[in-house]
Design a protein around this ligand. Structure first.
Ligand code: 6GU
Length: 229
């Protein structure tokens, strides 16, 4: 699977791309991640300007259509596969596990990261990207949201997680709308806190029943909206 990220801050992704699961997925050839600096498409002036003030007034700066659209068109041409195009914005459709599962089926995803007050509306009108948000809060730009999406998608790709960490039972995956039950490992007792007896007894039916009940209780207490959407 190939990701193309368009951003003004490609270095934000450095640490994330070279750690742990994602680095392994890249080294195994399961994922390719290409970053593109929007500023490389700026007019060839000393300031390489990519943003300007909104017509009609108001705070902040907008990313310009005449920089962004040519950039995206060039990046599209960098591989055969036409990408699913996602523009990160707090105004977008909320990212969730079914969306991650759907994206994991595509060969190529392009992520457009906004900064400042966002993009000129004509970027959306011309490119018609899917507008996606990662939640009801405001970030300084789309980069952390893009990493969230990549992280959520990559772990679903075949071969990325070992069997021992399979994603099929994850909370929020299709058919599972429950929060996860609590888990324990050694030691059996720490500062007077013990492990629930049922988990030590080896009765697999009783363990499964206890876990299901714990999931239900936790979901009821914290996320009743998941039980009755
Ligand atoms: Cl995708 N971008 C920004 N800037 N803020 C957000 C977001 C995206 N999703 C939630 N908040």
């Amino acid at each position: 699977m190939r990701f193309d990220i368009v951003t003004l801050f490609p270095a934000i992704f450095d640490g994330y791309l070279t750690q742990s699961l994602l680095e392994k997925a890249i080294n195994k050839g399961l994922v390719e991640i290409h970053r593109h600096d929007l500023r490389d498409w700026a007019a060839d002036t000393p300031h390489r300007k990519v943003d300007d003030r909104p017509f009609g007034g108001g705070p902040g700066m907008l990313l310009q259509v005449d920089v962004t659209v040519p950039c995206v068109e060039d990046v599209q041409q960098m591989a055969q596969e036409p990408p699913r195009m996602i523009l990160l914005t707090p105004q977008g459709k909320r990212f969730d596990q079914p969306m991650a599962e759907d994206l994991a089926l595509s060969k190529r995803v392009m992520l457009l990261c906004g900064r400042y007050e966002g993009f000129d509306q004509r970027v959306v009108d011309i490119l018609q990207p899917e507008e996606v948000s990662v939640g009801d809060f405001v970030l300084n730009g789309g980069e952390v949201a893009a990493m969230t999406i990549i992280d959520g998608v990559v772990r679903l790709l075949p071969g990325v997680l070992g069997d021992e960490n399979s994603s099929v039972d994850d909370s929020f995956s299709r058919g599972n709308r429950l929060l996860e039950f609590p888990q324990y490992t050694r030691p059996r007792e720490f500062r007077g806190h013990t492990v629930p007896e049922v988990l030590l007894g080896g009765n697999h039916e009783a363990i499964a029943a206890w876990r299901a009940e714990q999931s239900r209780i936790k979901t009821q207490q914290r996320r009743a909206d998941l039980l009755d959407p």
